[in-house]
Design a protein around this ligand. Structure first.
Ligand code: NAD
Ligand code: TDX
Length: 349
């Protein structure tokens, strides 16, 4: 079971697992504004894949799906994911990320307890997909997050993810549920909802619109191509040690301004603006995000050494692939920009 499989990373996980073969994937998603079935068109008819529209806050629905589908692994990605939205409306983040995760844990525990003793019980996994933002931030010039870094979340989003990580660990310590966790850095790539920095800037730059950069653009993020994250998640879910967490990241730190300038230059090289001005002239410094974390940097040594994981993309190759994907897939992003897409059409709002 992949929760949140109609979202950015969850859809990459579903596509990855179906392409790898040997798995039966059940995508469980409520289709909020961020869920889009068009991201799954490529696997929708595959016999190894099934979509069920359901909400992780609905414990009875989760119990039924877990039993009916004989689930042996839960990869839990469903969440409210956008930091700016969490600042404007924190309640939904507590509701989905904290209460939703605890509800899903309850259903998972009932399901796990009902499994026959032996391989089925010991092989079961609840994998919580989390973020490096639970660690707070780092100085500009030193330090990296390891699995031992204390939690110090800054935003309502990261506080809700930190809380859900703690609940997942508590379900193992208290009830013995076999859990594993991963904390990843900023993802980017195809099917990324255009409220997030990279897709927003690609599409605004394409259309000659202002490119909003918070503060002075000096904040640093550690970027990972989404398909490299999906590959890491398969390894964590299938080979990660019970009770352990794994930090996932690309060792690709960039300031936000560097990211935005790289997108401008890459688009100028492909198709100059009609007015002839370089796209960097569209950069607009706007009010900073409250509580804006300065720098994130992941040390992925444990995942590399224990799981043999290595990202296949550099930031440059991943960004080029992402820009090419947005240029080739206007049919995916145009309806979102115009507020009319699969999630909306299904009345998810
Ligand atoms: P996203 O916002 O693109 O997708 C979230 C998905 O969850 C959507 O399909 C949405 O419909 C679904 N969902 C939301 N509430 C639900 C509910 N109550 N029940 C069922 N489904 C629900 O998010 P994303 O960027 O793909 O992130 C996925 C996960 O990975 C999140 O848990 C996030 O915290 C984590 N994460 C994201 C990043 C990143 O850079 N995007 C990095 C590290 C970790
Ligand atoms: O318009 C913008 N201008 C800007 O300067 C936006 C949307 C963002 N920013 C900055 C804020 C951040 O420093 O760019 C950086 C990236 O912002 P987001 O794309 O909103 O991502 P971030 O806040 O870093 O969080 C993302 O990565 C970690 C995901 O949304 C989280 O779900 C994940 O856990």
């Amino acid at each position: 079971m992949v929760t949140g499989g109609a979202g950015f990373i969850g859809s990459a996980v579903c596509r990855h697992l179906v392409a790898r073969g040997g798995y039966r994937v059940v995508n469980v998603d409520a289709l909020t504004y961020a869920g889009n079935l068009a991201s799954l068109d490529g696997i929708a008819g595959d016999p190894a894949y099934r979509f069920v529209r359901a909400d992780i806050r609905d414990g009875d629905a989760m119990r039924s799906i877990l039993a009916e589908e004989a689930i042996d692994t839960i990869m839990h990605l469903a969440a409210e994911s956008h930091v700016d939205r969490s600042i404007d409306g924190p309640a939904a983040f507590v509701d989905t990320n904290v209460v939703g995760t605890v509800t899903l844990l309850g259903a998972a525990l009932d399901h796990w307890r009902a499994l026959p003793e032996g391989e089925a019980r010991s092989g079961f996994r609840f994998h919580h997909i989390s973020t490096d933002e639970v660690f707070g931030d780092l100085p500009f010039d030193s330090g990296v997050f390891t699995e031992e870094t204390p939690y110090r979340p800054s935003s309502p989003y990261s506080a809700s993810k930190a809380a859900s990580d703690h609940f997942v660990r508590a379900w193992q310590e208290t009830y013995g549920l076999p859990v594993v966790l991963s904390n990843c850095s900023n993802n980017y790539g195809p099917f990324h909802f255009p409220e997030k920095l990279i897709p927003l800037v690609i599409l605004n730059a394409l259309e000659g619109r202002p490119l909003p950069v918070y503060g002075r653009g000096v904040n640093v993020r550690d970027w990972l191509f989404v398909e490299d994250h999906a590959a890491a998640l398969e390894l964590v879910a299938t080979r990660g040690r019970v009770g352990e967490s794994y930090n996932i990241g690309g060792r690709e730190e960039r300031t936000n301004l560097q990211v935005v300038e790289a997108i401008c230059d890459a688009l100028d090289a492909r198709m100059p603006l009609a007015i002839g001005a370089p796209r960097r002239s569209l950069i607009t410094f706007v009010a900073d995000r409250p509580g804006h974390d300065r720098r994130y940097a992941i040390d992925p040594a444990k995942a590399e050494q224990e799981l043999g994981w290595r990202p296949a993309h550099s930031f440059e190759s991943g960004l080029a692939a992402t820009i090419d994907w947005y240029l080739a897939n206007e049919a995916w992003w145009r309806p979102i920009r115009e507020g009319n897409y699969a999630g909306d059409r299904l009345g998810a709002g």
